[in-house]
Design a protein around this ligand. Structure first.
Ligand code: F6P
Length: 324
């Protein structure tokens, strides 16, 4: 096993607020421990194309507060092919990259696993607003996205109250309902529709709205996770037709991916970046950085990819109990 001297860092998949804090941490921790650190632009595509440059302490100055990723990102179709992986490996040799730090979601982890099979040493850091990576309790960008959605719910509630309407908000999360269930609690929603749970329009959405009206409610909020079939527009239409309460759908979309990261995302990203570098310093191979029982740990990449996590049932029932 050759000693790591040069680390390449990249961000891949959907961007997430806090990725810059993670890049900064990898670069500065790397320099602190005597590594050379190269920044790879546009995810795995940059590795294939040699879009790579040396990072210094200054090249990551003034970025901790910025959303997005200074290295840019991509979902690389070519990297999923043998040809792409071989090109990436040859380019890594040209630049003398001994190890890759990959910041991204589970699609990026699979890419990292594929190149690790060709001999590259990889360490993955979880970066996605969806919080849907099985091996970790927390992903970078999740907290900022939750707060962005919460701010939107509060604003929409002002106008919903004035017009005595029902707001149906569609939130991101891909196939997972972590964002949806949490903001349904923090935003005091009457109902939340999750991809993890089958739902009955009558019982789970219309009934709580009508009962709420009969108890004197003056506005209503329904959260729909994007992974749900039927989506916000159809659900809003059904609410209007069946209850007589005017419903409006809002699809929050990519606003959820932007913005200055929260303190929690900046601190977690900084801790995970340092841990990734320390894992390499200690000779770790093919690891992922994760949060387990609130501590930052490292796990084997293949084992991590096989892990699943379920949406906590207690959050789903809390949301329901408090919607009265
Ligand atoms: O994984 C992050 C995410 O924002 C998901 O919540 C969403 O399903 C997807 O990416 C959207 O991807 P794109 O930016 O390619 O439209």
């Amino acid at each position: 096993m050759s000693e790591v001297k040069t680390i390449g860092v990249l961000t891949s998949g959907g961007d997430a607020p806090g990725m810059n804090a993670a890049i900064r941490s990898v670069v500065r921790s790397g320099l602190y421990y005597g590594f050379k650190v190269l920044g790879i632009r546009k995810g795995f595509n940059g590795l294939i194309n040699g879009d790579i440059e040396e990072m210094t302490a200054r090249s990551v100055g003034d970025i901790i507060q910025k959303g997005g990723t200074i290295l840019q990102t991509a979902r690389s179709a070519l990297f999923k092919t043998e040809e792409g992986l071989n090109k990436a490996m040859s380019m890594a040799k040209v630049f003398g990259i001994d190890a890759l730090v990959v910041i991204g979601g589970d699609g990026s982890y699979k890419g990292a696993r594929d190149i690790s099979k060709l001999g590259m040493n990889v360490v993955c850091i979880p970066g996605t607003i969806d919080n849907d990576i099985g091996c970790t309790e927390y992903t970078i960008g999740y907290d900022t996205a939750l707060n962005t959605v919460q701010d939107a719910i509060d604003k929409i509630r002002d106008t919903a109250y004035s017009h005595e309407r029902c707001s149906v908000l569609e939130v991101m999360g891909r196939h997972a309902g972590y964002i949806a269930v949490n903001v349904s609690i923090s935003g005091g929603a009457e109902a939340v529709i999750l991809p993890e749970k089958p739902f009955d329009l009558e019982k789970d959405v219309l009934k709580p709205i009508i009962e709420g009206r009969n108890r004197g409610k003056r506005n209503y909020t329904v959260i729909v996770a994007e992974g749900v079939e039927g989506k916000a527009i159809e659900i809003a239409k059904a609410i209007t037709e069946r209850t007589g309460i005017e419903a409006r759908a809002t699809i929050l979309g990519h606003i959820q991916r932007g913005g200055s990261p929260t303190v929690q995302d900046r601190v977690m990203a900084s801790m995970m970046g340092l841990k990734a570098v320390e894992v390499l310093k200690e000779g770790g191979r093919n690891r992922v950085i994760a949060v387990k029982n609130s501590a930052v740990v490292d796990l084997d990449l293949d084992e991590a990819l096989a892990m699943k996590k379920a949406l906590p049932e207690e959050l789903i029932s809390l949301s329901k109990i408090l919607s009265l």
